[in-house]
Design a protein around this ligand. Structure first.
Ligand code: ZN
Length: 210
């Protein structure tokens, strides 16, 4: 797997940049695991830290990987997790069921996602499949918010709405907030899993496969 050139990355996502400097190390700390299949940074925090991963649609071990964009920035991951855990996914799915324009835009976001991923490689096992519950549902706001951050507003309305709900501001860095730094990510009660970030890493791995 080669890193795609910047012009290709920019077609995949308007806010994409190349993997540079210590991005891989920062991502490993953010995710609690190696950022497998990483080929680009979908968006960055105001401080420059990676906020969204771009993953090649087939991992080095050959397994297909449908989740092109994923939120990695600890503060944003935590805020989105709060939105999910307070049950706001139901609001999104109610709106999809009752607002035909919103539902149509969600379907277009799905088609755009697949087209963007196909620019890297068309992987038959995941042809026509996207992520985050698209085209019909909202299942993982981390995937949708990551998508929206990478491509900019107006492509994925559910992701745009999720970013608005957490007060995402591209000019503001929360990376130094003690409560929201990487080690603080484990939610109360998950300490039984042991080290910092271990519980989160397995949870986000599961989401990434959803
Ligand atoms: Zn930051």
């Amino acid at each position: 797997m080669e890193y795609p050139k910047l012009d290709v990355l920019k077609k995949v996502a308007a806010n994409a940049t190349e993997v540079a400097g210590n991005d891989r190390e920062v991502l490993t700390a953010q995710l609690g695991r190696d950022p497998r299949g990483l080929v680009g940074i979908g968006a960055r925090c105001a401080c420059g830290a990676p906020a969204v991963t771009i993953t090649w649609p087939r991992l080095l071990d050959g397994s297909p990987f449908p989740t092109l964009f994923y939120l990695s920035l600890p503060w944003a991951v935590k805020q989105i997790s709060r939105v999910e855990s307070r049950g706001d996914m139901a609001l999104f799915n109610e709106r999809l069921a009752t607002d035909p324009e919103y539902a149509a835009a969600h379907e277009r976001a799905h088609a755009s996602y697949v087209a963007r991923r196909d620019l890297l490689e068309k992987v038959p096992e995941i042809a026509g499949k996207s992520a985050g519950g698209m085209p019909e549902r909202v299942k993982c706001l981390h995937a949708l918010a990551g998508y929206a951050l990478a491509v900019g507003p107006g492509v994925c309305p559910a992701g745009d709405d999720a970013l608005e709900m957490i007060g995402w501001d591209p000019a503001v860095c929360h990376c130094a907030d003690s409560d929201d730094a990487g080690a603080g990510l484990a939610e109360p009660g998950s300490g039984a899993t042991g080290g910092s970030g271990v519980g989160l890493a397995s949870a986000s791995g599961a989401q990434a496969q959803a």
